[in-house]
Design a protein around this ligand. Structure first.
Ligand SMILES: Cc1cc2nc3c(=O)[nH]c(=O)nc-3n(C[C@H](O)[C@H](O)[C@H](O)COP(=O)(O)OP(=O)(O)OC[C@H]3O[C@@H](n4cnc5c(N)ncnc54)[C@H](O)[C@@H]3O)c2cc1C
Ligand code: FES
Ligand code: FES
Length: 487
């Protein structure tokens, strides 16, 4: 069957059909340049400042889910079958401000105003999901929005008061939900979609078999899931990436299966989608999860992308390796699974054959006696890349460490296990002395680099101190090592 030669989506209240869509055209450029919807601002063009925040609604197992996304790194072609909502759509037909906007005015949440549309969209998304948020929920929701003027306190106060201005039940997106769902259902393609010129082509496979087929035909194509890495290759480095195979819409890659023994996540599951299952199965990862990027990036970025990018400083690999996770790769010929640590071969090199894509990840749930921790060290608490990240997992029986799995990011060319430190713990009494020996053994495991995030000495000291910290948090305080050693 011939591919569908156009994409279809809803922009505010208008249905759009577009065929001339280059793969790398961003939603932000489309809104501001093609549609003159200039309420959505461009600050950084790299997903950091949130000035470009819009809502994207998409069908997930038949129900409509709205998320805040960074329009600057979201590619237009990936929005087939979605509903894009911009700031222009918030005020009513009579011009009255939306409750979120009115609260921002009344609480002096806007000064120069450049960041304001982005904040309003993030707070709008929060209000719809959680009309009476706590202060912590507000702060988490605006992690991905930067303001140079107001100092955040008035914005947080506005967010806490929005519910007194109106109820989400009366909001347009709630009232029109059934009609919008029907419109989006009618837009879901029955065949592969292909748009854009030959040198900037976008392909949206119709299902997983079709994805395998596309990659068998064009193994050098660029896979794009959430585009939170690839978006920057385009906006910052102007890198040609055609042909592009978008996979973020594939429901088959969005499975989340939690059993008594494992959590299996499809590669296309976003951080936001994974969060409830992660918190349930691995409570120690809850706070760590909130430290990954900001809400917009967590709404777009996928687990598969964080693994497949092969970055030595991705946040999920060290923690997943420490938990004994296994990755499944798929291609037209079938599937194969391997321990996640074996996937990372060298800097920029993963164990992937032509046509392979990351299909899923299986994470075993903790065994009895297993103690786990996840640590992220970065310059800023929020929305920053790790200088060092660690996953530490030890099993203890009758006071003896029977197994230790320790993995670090930011310490080597790949996310890597600390074999010597693990050996220093295994078979030893679960005590301060063993952790001190493990901390010292790290010097044999790693020779980190100095870069603008951290010096080699800092990384080495921090990694050792994270092992000491693990003991302080999970061991017997009476046996604590010299507190001076702890960062
Ligand atoms: C502002 C900002 C903050 C960030 N903060 C963090 C942070 O705190 N911690 C962190 O770890 N990362 C962070 N990132 C990086 C990024 O969000 C993550 O790496 C994310 O998980 C990438 O997923 P994605 O779906 O967006 O990947 P994409 O950008 O779509 O793809 C990334 C790479 O993976 C490949 N790929 C994607 N899916 C598959 C698949 N299923 N099979 C094979 N290849 C695939 C792509 O071809 C590409 O090479 C941040 C990014 C931004 C823009
Ligand atoms: S313009 Fe800064 S996040 Fe998009
Ligand atoms: S009001 Fe000026 S940047 Fe936020």
């Amino acid at each position: 069957m011939d591919p569908q030669p156009h994409i279809r989506f809803l922009l505010n209240g208008t249905e759009i059909t577009a065929s001339d869509v280059p793969a790398t055209q961003t939603l932000l450029d489309y809104l501001r340049i093609d549609r003159r919807l200039t309420g959505t601002k461009e600050g950084c063009a790299e997903g950091d400042c949130g000035a470009c925040t819009v809502l994207v609604g998409r069908l997930q197992q038949g129900s409509l889910r709205y998320e805040p996304v960074n329009a600057c790194i979201r590619f237009l072609a990936s929005l087939n079958g979605c509903h894009v909502v911009t700031i222009e759509h918030l005020s009513g037909p009579d011009g009255r401000l939306h409750p979120v906007q009115q609260a921002m005015v009344d609480f002096h949440g806007s000064q120069c105003g450049f960041c304001t549309p982005g904040f309003v969209m993030s707070l709008y998304a929060l209000w719809m999901q959680c009309p009476q948020p706590t202060r912590t929920q507000v702060e988490t929701a605006i992690q991905g929005n930067l303001c140079r003027c107001t100092g955040y306190e008035p914005i947080v106060n506005a967010a806490l008061a929005v519910n007194t201005y109106g109820s989400p039940a009366n909001d347009y997106l709630t009232r029109e939900r059934t009609a919008i769902t029907a419109q989006l259902e009618a837009m879901q393609p029955k065949v592969r979609v292909e748009v854009g010129p030959a040198d900037n082509r976008a392909i949206l496979p119709v299902d997983l078999n079709d994805l395998a087929q596309v990659l068998a035909e064009t193994p050098k194509a660029t896979i794009v899931a959430g585009a939170t890495d690839v978006g920057l290759w385009v906006t910052k480095f102007m890198r040609p990436i055609s042909p592009v195979v978008f996979i973020g819409h594939l429901e088959d890659l969005k499975t989340i299966a939690l059993t008594d023994t494992d959590l299996t996540l499809g590669a296309g599951v976003t951080y936001d989608e994974a969060e409830p299952a992660i918190r349930e199965a691995f409570p120690h990862m809850g706070d760590y999860w909130d430290r990954i990027a900001g809400w917009q990036v967590r709404s777009m970025g996928t687990i598969g992308g964080n693994i497949a990018n092969g970055s030595p400083i991705g946040d999920t690999p060290p923690v997943l390796i420490s938990l004994g996770a296994e990755v499944t790769l798929q291609k037209a010929g079938g599937q194969r699974s391997l321990p996640l640590e074996a996937f990372f071969v060298d800097y920029g090199k993963q164990d992937r054959e032509p046509g392979d894509f990351v299909a899923s990840l299986r994470i075993p749930r903790p065994a009895p006696g297993q103690i786990d921790a996840a640590y992220k060290i970065s310059k800023r608490r929020d929305e920053d890349i790790s200088s060092v990240a660690a996953g530490i997992s030890v099993e203890v029986a009758d006071g003896i460490v029977t197994e230790a799995r320790i993995a670090f990011g930011g310490m080597a060319a790949t996310p890597k296990r600390a074999a010597k430190a693990e050996a220093a713990l295994r078979g030893q009494p679960f005590g301060a002395a063993a952790f001190e020996a493990a901390a010292k053994a790290l010097a044999e495991d790693f020779t980190p680099l100095t870069d603008w995030r951290a010096s080699a000495d800092y990384r080495q000291l921090v990694a050792a101190n994270l092992l000491r910290r693990f003991w302080l948090e999970h061991g017997d305080p009476a046996q604590a090592p010299d507190s001076q050693a702890v960062a």
